[in-house]
Design a binder for this molecule. Structure first.
Ligand code: B12
Ligand SMILES: Nc1nc2c(ncn2[C@@H]2O[C@H](COP(=O)(O)OP(=O)(O)OP(=O)(O)O)[C@@H](O)[C@H]2O)c(=O)[nH]1
Ligand SMILES: [Mg+2]
Length: 479
């Protein structure tokens, strides 16, 4: 009979540094999710430091890794060392790497304190499900309670993220955090709520905002609370937002992923407490990312001071825009993936709809808080413009400034590295060249025929001049 965990099991998964072999860990994490676990997946090529920092910030029970790159003994031992050094030896480490991890190396790693490395033999005996049940059973421990760590946090972090993480775990599991909803002192700590359709680029935009915030305000700290959906069928969740967050591994940044734990919402029931905990910890700015939402969801508004709706140019027909609730309320609308065809038309349509919703019929298009962005492009002008508007909105709505900020004069409009009308440029060139090649071939065939005819004509003329027809006018062979 399959094992049903008593506690919510949260596990960080990744493939090791310099390792692109991610098929095995993707299989393992999907089985874990199907057994009700919440998986914070980091993808491949992840360093020990990134993985340990994530495990501590996310307050997980376990880390599960595949490693095929050959450096597994050093990799797993360093992971154990780093967890112990930071007072987090309770986080269990699991791994596998098929035949690349030899039996005596597995013994060595187990003796060192790695919870379990699974060999191909284990796979044969236990089956994939058996191995995963073993991982989940071992991780099925209660994490609630006061975090009492024996050593100070050695990782470079502006705050003791272990304690913040544990308070959020307590809130998620229904225990009182005791933080309350008041802000620390009289400071206003702005909360930006980001919502939008699934896959529109909410996390990518969040990452770009975090990067600009950390680069521009060298003393300020930021917390990101990111929500992804739980599956109704299994209770498990893929908390995948961290894959997009390349700027979050920073001493002044904290990130926590939350599963909705309810199939009908875009947010977790612990969101308000998580925000209060981050405020009490003294972060200067908090971003809340919701799970992907449909047209009607606007629940994020209850939790934030400034809200942003992220969508893409592919929303369907213009009439679909009339149904989107957030176009009534969002302080900023971000049309991401502006590199896609039809982006400029989408921008014009959304602006038209926004004007109707807000009765702003005489407003200038340029003054509307609707920006086209390409979050996947480095230093995108659209995102720069979005960040500038965001700071202005925060100041206007919460009277908070983070410090001096000089806006660089940018084009304010996203320019794709390859503009939409040039996306097919290379195939157009090759189509053109192939067409030209064909034309040359056809012309050459015609020329060759003509040449043959000309040759025949000449031969006949030559033979005629050598043997003129005797008497009278002979018929020319060409007549
Ligand atoms: C599939 C594969 C690839 C695919 C990877 C696809 C992908 N996205 O993952 C491709 C073709 C891309 C590839 C590329 C390369 N590969 Co390759 N690859 C393999 C192969 C055939 C299978 C690995 C695998 O995924 N197995 C499936 C898993 C589920 O089974 P398993 O490995 O037996 O693991 C068992 C347990 O350990 C356990 N387990 C494993 N992980 C985990 C994790 C957890 C949490 C748990 C609970 C259990 C568990 O589950 C299994 C149960 O039986 C192996 C050879 C082999 N036959 O094992 C080589 C192998 C790993 N590759 C190898 C090499 C060298 C490469 C390349 C460098 C080749 C090259 N020169 O380009 C590149 C590197 C790619 C990169 N960027 O890192 C070598 C590594 C040698 C070494 N380290 O000493 C191997 C061993 C082949 C060989 N004999 O030379 N590879
Ligand atoms: N073409 C293009 N792709 C982008 C852009 N921004 C993000 N993406 C890609 O879109 C995909 C989804 O991005 P995410 O940032 O994970 O989107 P999300 O809205 O957070 O997704 P969920 O949280 O799962 O709803 C990823 O593959 C990104 O790399 C962009 O400007 N242009
Ligand atoms: Mg996301």
């Amino acid at each position: 009979m399959s094992y049903t965990p008593v506690n919510k099991v949260r596990i960080v998964t990744a493939a090791s540094l310099f390792d692109g072999h991610d098929a095995a860990i993707n299989i393992m994490r999907r089985i874990m999710q199907s057994k009700g676990a919440e998986i914070i997946h980091l993808g491949h090529n992840r360093s020990v430091k990134e993985i340990v920092e994530t495990a501590i910030e996310e307050d997980v029970q376990g880390i599960a890794i595949t490693s095929y790159q050959g450096g597994h003994v050093e990799f797993f031992k360093y992971m154990k060392d780093l967890l112990e050094e930071n007072g987090c030896g309770h986080i269990k480490i699991f791994g596998g790497g098929g035949g690349t991890i030899l039996p005596d190396e597995i013994d060595e790693l187990h003796k060192y304190g790695i919870t379990r490395i699974y060999s191909p033999d284990d796979g044969r005996k236990m089956g994939l499900e058996g191995m995963i049940e073993d991982v989940i059973k071992t991780c099925d421990v209660q994490l609630n309670g006061k975090a009492d760590y024996k050593t100070a946090l050695k990782l470079e972090e502006a705050k003791d993220v272990r304690k913040i993480a544990r308070e959020i775990t307590n809130a998620e599991n229904g225990a009182q955090s005791g933080v309350g909803s008041q802000e620390s002192g009289v400071r206003t700590i702005p909360v930006l709520g980001i919502t939008g359709t699934g896959g529109a680029g909410k996390s990518s935009v969040t990452d770009e905002i975090v990067r600009r915030f950390l680069n521009n305000f060298s003393e300020k700290t930021i917390a990101v609370i990111s929500v992804d959906p739980s599956k109704k069928k299994t209770g498990g969740a893929l908390l995948g937002d961290r894959i997009r967050m390349n700027s979050i591994n920073h001493p002044r940044a904290y990130m926590r992923s939350l599963a909705t734990r309810d199939d009908n919402t875009a947010l977790s029931g612990a969101v308000q407490e998580a925000i209060d905990i981050c405020k009490a910890a003294g972060f200067d700015f908090i971003i809340l990312e919701s799970a992907g939402v449909g047209q009607s969801d606007a629940s994020i508004l209850d939790y934030c001071d400034v809200s942003m709706y992220v969508m893409t140019p592919e929303y369907g027909a213009a009439s679909q825009l009339e149904k989107i609730n957030m176009l009534d309320f969002a302080d900023l609308v971000c049309i991401n993936k502006f590199d896609k065809a039809g982006a400029l038309d989408a921008l014009a349509d959304v602006k038209k709809q926004y004007k109707r919703n807000h009765q702003l019929f005489t407003a200038k298009d340029a003054d509307l808080p609707i920006i086209g962005t390409m979050a996947s492009k480095f230093n995108d002008d659209g995102v720069n413009h979005l960040f500038e508007l965001l700071l202005k909105k925060i100041e206007a709505k919460t009277k908070t400034t983070f410090g001096d900020f000089h806006f660089a004069e940018t084009a304010k409009v996203s320019q794709a590295v390859i503009p939409a009308n040039r996306v097919r440029y290379l195939s157009e060139i090759s189509e053109n060249n192939r067409g030209y090649d064909q034309l040359v071939k056809d012309q050459a065939a015609i020329a060759s025929k003509l040449y043959q005819l000309q040759g025949t004509l000449k031969t006949l003329q030559d033979s005629e001049s050598k043997n003129p027809p005797s008497g009278g006018r002979g018929a020319s062979p060409l007549e």
